[in-house]
Design a protein around this ligand. Structure first.
Ligand SMILES: [Zn+2]
Length: 165
């Protein structure tokens, strides 16, 4: 979404070319709206048999209500991406996780209001009890060949690549 009013001084915005794109621009205070993706983080945890932990999104989720996703969330303004991944995973699963490696990085375009760059980490559980929270209402283990309906196309892409030769 493009702003119609300046978020700094509330003046109606014009559009000016900046960096080869026409962007909302304030004629009064020179604010320019650069629409950039924010960062999202997700953690892939797998059992010994290869099954991965997915969560079912609650009825109030903006996207994919009732559908499943890899536990995920947004990075806060002043937060390290790895700290955000650990925090989001704990909020959504009740589990403490130790991140091991980056599994994937993809662009998410499912939300027209806010595109994100998603970072999927591999993680191992170190503590806690399985307990859905935040956006999730149910947690379950799925093998990669029998998946539930997934909320995000990029989750599917990332999962498909997990066991690819
Ligand atoms: Zn302004």
């Amino acid at each position: 979404m493009e702003f119609r009013f300046c978020p700094l001084c509330a003046t109606p915005l014009d559009r000016q070319v900046s960096g080869d794109r026409l962007r909302p621009s304030c004629p009064r205070c020179a604010y320019t709206q650069y629409r950039n993706p924010t960062a999202g983080v997700a953690v892939i945890v797998r059992r010994e048999d290869g099954a991965l932990l997915l969560g079912r999104r609650g009825p109030d989720a903006r996207f994919g209500a009732g559908q499943w996703c890899i536990p995920c969330g947004h990075v806060e303004w002043d937060e390290d991406v790895r700290a955000a991944a650990v925090r989001e995973f704990a909020e959504e699963t009740g589990l403490t996780v130790r991140l091991t490696a980056i599994a994937a990085v993809e662009s998410n375009f499912h939300d027209a209001r806010q595109h994100t760059v998603g970072i999927w980490f591999h993680g191992v559980i170190t503590d806690g009890n399985l307990n859905p929270g935040d956006d999730l209402v149910e947690l379950a283990w799925f093998t990669t060949d029998i998946l539930p309906v997934l909320a995000f196309a990029t989750d599917r892409l990332v999962i498909q690549r997990l066991d690819a030769p």
